[in-house]
Design a protein around this ligand. Structure first.
Ligand code: PGA
Length: 263
């Protein structure tokens, strides 16, 4: 897909289904989205669903057969192309299924499965190398925020992820700022905090990669976003979209968020 050009960044709304939905439920969710969203609405904003691996083929088939303009995403992958890595999935396997976006370094992968900054960096490179767009997740814990460490923590995650990554890759990417304490808790960051962090992230990217790259990369907010609170984040000039977990599981509710994201 075309990179978002500076100052006219197209909004990106991603639905991270996490470990939810069998392939039957996945198809039903897409059908509910099809009943709710028009082609015009999907042209004005980039919409991605990130189903579990077991649902990808079914969702791909529905999206392609119905020519429904939603992008297919994955939640994770391993950076190697193939080999003895029991239980893992490679970027190449995902790209063959028409996956366009891959979430890299989600806090649940980092915290529950020990994904290190170095693995995040390698995965990001590997995903981009297979022609897909990485969505890098960064965010601080409650302890970090309470001790005013959030900017340092997030900047360090960005710096480590982008170490020796070319500007042509970074400019097409998205970064999702997801404060860990806001994920699945019903507590969102304030719009001011999310906006300020988006600025901090963009400044950091500018330091590493220059103004043009920083201008074209999209920065999303994630953490307990729903139909009722999404507009406060979307109205902020520093925030280019949303990474939605729980509220993306219902096709109609997720579509309502997409409708509010129309510019
Ligand atoms: P949530 O999840 O919307 O359920 O808080 C967001 C995420 O983890 O991507």
């Amino acid at each position: 897909m075309e990179p978002a050009s500076a100052n006219v960044r197209k909004r990106l709304i991603c639905g991270n289904w996490k470990m939810n939905h069998t392939h039957f439920e996945a198809v039903k969710t897409i059908q509910d989205m099809m009943a709710s969203l028009s082609d015009e609405e999907l042209m004005r904003v980039d919409v991605v669903v990130h189903p579990p691996f077991t649902d990808l083929r079914s969702v791909q088939t529905v999206l392609e057969t119905e020519r429904f303009g939603v992008f297919l995403g994955a939640q994770h992958c391993y950076f190697e192309e193939k080999g003895a890595f029991t239980g893992e999935i490679s970027p190449m396997m995902l790209s063959k299924l028409s996956v366009s976006y891959v979430i890299v370094g989600h806090s649940e992968r980092r915290q529950l499965f020990g994904q290190s900054d170095e693995i995040v960096r390698k995965t990001l490179l590997s995903v981009a190398g297979s022609g897909m767009t990485p969505i890098l997740c960064v965010g601080e814990t409650l302890l970090d925020r309470e001790s005013s460490q959030q900017n340092d923590i997030v900047c360090s995650q960005v710096e480590k992820a982008f170490n020796k990554v070319s500007s042509s890759i970074v400019s097409k990417m998205a970064i999702a700022y997801e404060p860990i304490w806001a994920i699945g808790t019903g507590k969102t960051a304030t719009k001011e905090d999310a906006s300020e962090m988006a600025l901090v992230i963009r400044d950091k990217v500018e330091q590493i990669q220059g103004r043009e790259v920083a201008d074209s990369l999209r920065i999303l907010y994630g953490g307990s976003v729903n139909e009722d609170n999404c507009l406060s984040f979307l109205r902020d000039v520093n925030i280019d979209g949303l990474l939605v977990g729980g509220a993306s599981l219902d096709g109609k509710k997720f579509s309502a968020i997409v409708k509010k994201a129309q510019k």
